[in-house]
Write a protein that binds this ligand. Sequence first.
Ligand code: SIN
Length: 531
Amino acid sequence: MDDIRYLLNFNSKDIETEYHDVIIIGSGIAGVYTALVIPEEFDIAIITKETIDISNSVLAQGGIAVSLDKEDSPELHFKDTLVAGAGLCDEESVWVLVNEAAANIDCICKFGVNFDKKGKDLALTREGAHSKNRIIHAGDTTGKEVCDKLIAEVRTRKNVIIKERSFAVDLLTDENVCKGILVYDEDSSSLKMYLSNFVVCATGGFGQIYKNTTNPEVATGDGISLAYRAGAQLMDMEFIQFHPTVLYHPQNKSFLISEAVRGEGALLLNDKNERFMPSYHKLCELAPRDIVSRAIFEEMRKTEEPNVFLDITFKHKEYLENRFPNILKTCLSYGIDLTKDLIPVSPAEHYCMGGIKTDVFGRTNIQGFYACGEAACTGIHGANRLASNSLLEGLVFGQKIGQLTVEELKKRDCKSIQFSKIHDFKRQKIDFDKKEMKRNVQDIMTKYVGIIRDEKGLTYAANMINDYFAKVQLMEYNTIEDFELNSIVLLSKLVIESALERKESRGAHFRADFSKTDDLNWRRNIIIKNR
Ligand code: SIN
């Protein structure tokens, strides 16, 4: 349906146009690092809908997985990633991830990133489903340390311009070839065309389709939805990771209590002060995330309580101040003293395993359109992401895209791009409360498309969301909130469709009506495409 291919009407002749060798959408770790590894002879525009320092990557606490210990190896990291991924990982991509991890960590250390040290070496901790200590960290604000240093570096680069408060509305394509992007500039309320035949989508995930998420407000999946409209393949959309331990407090249900806290020995207790994880999995509190989240969900159901508790009271204050300063301080601001009190926690949405399908060089099925980071689906996470593989993914696959640019850009000359189009579709002034629709979508997704799913709930959710989708398909778009609402409704619809299709349980996708893993029929990815 060409009429709804673009969200806004435009005549390319009337729009201000810029040309760049490379356009990167998104300013989290994947986007900024990609800009840094592309040779400085190329001119790059980073397009970000907020300011450059606002992203999901900045909030990452735990760390980055890399096999540095003498008892560890890329092979063991590979094995752990595959086990967590529950049979759906793409082995070629995982090999790239684990083998190229250390070189990329070296590179960001050269950009000034300061990880915690033990003696002369980087300090290593453990997180769920890792068989060795291999998580490097910067206190409990690893994402912020990495992003701060990468952003400081990118600001010094003369070949990189940063366009803030600029919303990438749609990909401009012609016969499945990417020509650039259509951007809504919030400051001037005007449209611009950024033309390039090398566009990288690094816009992150879409945690905001759920009521409680560790993701920031900006995580509405806009890049994945523009890719879908343009005909990019999406993969593994049914797999949504719920982090087991998110603060459960009347004023805050989105603050992450890092898995590293369990990695350092914290125990999960139910409302009777009983430890319950040993009866669910041999790795107890450090079992894969999907298993811990479902165990907590089950304890909450049995006890009819809205949360369980995390206990780290046995550690000394000085230790906690040093290792988890941000968690200690934030909990204290809600009257929870980690040295004396149990931390109330419950699972909340944390990470989307699915996204824009790419190969190991970030290539999609649209020529000239690439993706990396959480927006991409390289297949490394399979049905359930191994802890601390996500920042690493942003680095390794950002670097792979950087490797390609030289060869690819030599073949093309961005200044000669032609893109001419008039898009004119009569949109309707539909009167409805958009904020209420967003809240309803989040409620429906949380209730029927969360940790435990079944046919009845998914079908109910599909009917509701399809009604909303019919409205957003036709409505007028005037603000960034309008575009975000479109992304939230569209991506909810796609998650539900994939979840209905997968009639088995695997990793983060648990169907109460098909509770077994069915390797015979379902050891395969669900790939969807608009047209
Ligand atoms: C955490 O610190 O628990 C989050 C790490 C991750 O999501 O990989």
